[in-house]
Design a protein around this ligand. Structure first.
Ligand code: EPZ
Length: 425
């Protein structure tokens, strides 16, 4: 199993190109199922989760062509079976995104229920309720969701019990081909929703209100292919900025969008970083200073993203003073805390609250990644820690960070991948 070996204590300095967003590309790939003609997505990141979604499409008989510029062309007309099997779905929860488009376009779908997850129970009840509200017949049997509709789905008003990104995306995709008007209330407002609505509109869907908590969809009979770009990854952007902050360094992130991460940039300014932005770049310069402690709580967009909580906690770990962090989205998203404490951090957790007493220095130790963002928080902390840190189970990081060690090396970090083979020698 691959590991990352990091010799910390180097101040990062340089520029890094940000990839397309995993969490935007995944629903966009699912949405290609709705097109009567091929859809081409550009700026698709090369990641394990993207490969899984492409495998799910391929397994249904859908034709997927990937070129060397990370453009992915999907032709859903070759679909032979509307089934997403457990073997694939269990490796990635986002597989559930195919449910809405399959049902809307082909009238049926069989999708395995995603299994448990390290960061929380993460049920999909809201996805199923939303599709049922459009008239779908939904049965859950033997771990599979069987969804069916006689004729087209019927537009309806649906109020989500809680703000759910994936639930909003599934309903939005299904509603595009429904008969009549669908009104989605308490909709998620994440930039990834706006990106999805942008693709669907380019395919011919009639959508208004994406990016607000009420989205209205006027159903159409068919959608066509188009070429559409995946937005920049705001979480990857924030993660490299955190790596700059923790090492007292300077990093300029390129091909990104400052409007995607207002709440995070605000907190970086509060810790004392000099943050400057342009139309498609963000630079963070810590000017060799130690960050100051700040408090934050995670919240649905435009609040502070839960997907940045672990990485920002690594910054808090070396900050001057005590930070209070409250996680409000997932019930178990503090798995990185014991590992950060192994690196010398002083973090105590009580329920949803973490109290981080900043230390002036972290020390290297062997640590283990438990999920995607937790693994990046360990890498960030290791960049600041004295000595050589070995981060184990980094397959998690490969799900969401494209060429992470190459990108960090280009910023001056001393990091390398240790392959399973090297270890056994
Ligand atoms: C998306 O997950 C992201 N994944 C997550 O990113 C992110 O953490 C999350 O949104 C919150 O921003 C993708 O976009 C692929 P939710 P999603 O539905 O859609 C509860 C990462 O690190 N809920 O907004 O699954 C749920 O348990 C990942 O890249 C229900 O109870 O998240 C959670 O507590 C991890 N029933 C809350 O809502 C449902 O039917 C928000 O989840 C759906 C959700």
């Amino acid at each position: 199993m691959d590991k990352l070996l990091i010799s910390g204590g180097i101040r990062l300095d340089g520029e890094v190109r940000i990839s397309g967003a995993k969490n935007a590309a995944l629903p966009l790939l699912a949405a290609t199922l709705l097109g009567e003609t091929p859809v081409t997505l550009t700026n698709v990141p090369q990641l394990k989760d993207i490969t899984t979604m492409i495998q799910i499409l391929g397994n249904m008989g859908v034709s997927v062509v990937i070129d060397e510029k990370c453009q992915v062309e999907v032709n859903a007309n070759t679909l032979t079976t509307a089934v997403a099997p457990y073997e694939l779905v269990r490796t990635m929860r986002a597989s559930i995104f195919v449910l809405g488009p399959l049902l809307a376009r082909f009238g049926e779908a069989t999708v395995s229920l995603p299994g448990g997850c390290a960061i929380g129970s993460r049920p999909v009840d809201q996805h199923l309720k939303a599709l049922a509200a459009l008239g779908a017949d939904i049965q859950v049997e033997n771990g599979y969701v069987h969804a069916r509709t006689k004729g087209r789905l019927k537009g309806a008003r649906f109020v989500f019990d809680m703000v759910t990104v994936g639930g909003t995306e599934n309903l939005l995709m299904a509603a595009t081909l429904a008969e009549g008007t669908t009104v989605i209330e308490n909709a998620a407002r994440e930039p990834e929703i706006i990106n999805l609505a942008g693709l669907l509109s380019a395919m011919g869907a009639q959508i208004s209100g994406a990016g607000t908590d009420t989205i209205t969809v006027q159903g159409v009979k068919a959608l066509q292919g188009c070429t559409y770009r995946v937005i920049a990854d705001r979480i990857e952007t924030g993660s490299y900025l955190a790596a700059a902050a923790v090492t007292g360094g300077r990093v300029k992130t390129l091909d990104t969008d400052p409007f995607l991460l207002d709440a995070v940039l605000l907190k970086f300014r509060d810790v004392g970083a000099l943050v400057t932005t342009g139309p498609d770049w963000i630079e963070l310069d810590m000017q060799g200073r130690r960050p100051l402690a700040v408090n934050f709580r995670t919240a649905p967009h435009p609040g502070f993203p839960t997907d940045m909580q672990a990485q920002f906690m690594a910054v808090s770990a070396v900050s001057e003073g005590t930070s209070t962090i409250i996680e409000t989205i997932f019930e178990n998203r503090y798995m990185h805390v014991p590992e950060l404490n192994r690196l010398g951090a002083k973090i105590a957790v009580d329920g949803h609250t973490a109290i981080v007493s900043g230390v002036s220095e972290l020390q290297a130790a062997p640590v283990m990644a438990t999920d995607l963002r937790a693994s990046m928080s360990l890498v960030i902390a290791a960049l600041a820690a004295k000595g050589d840190t070995l981060v184990d189970r980094i397959y998690h990081i490969d799900r969401g960070y494209e060429r992470v060690e190459e990108k960090l090396q280009s910023l001056g970090a001393n990091i390398r991948r240790v392959t399973g083979r090297e270890e056994s020698q």
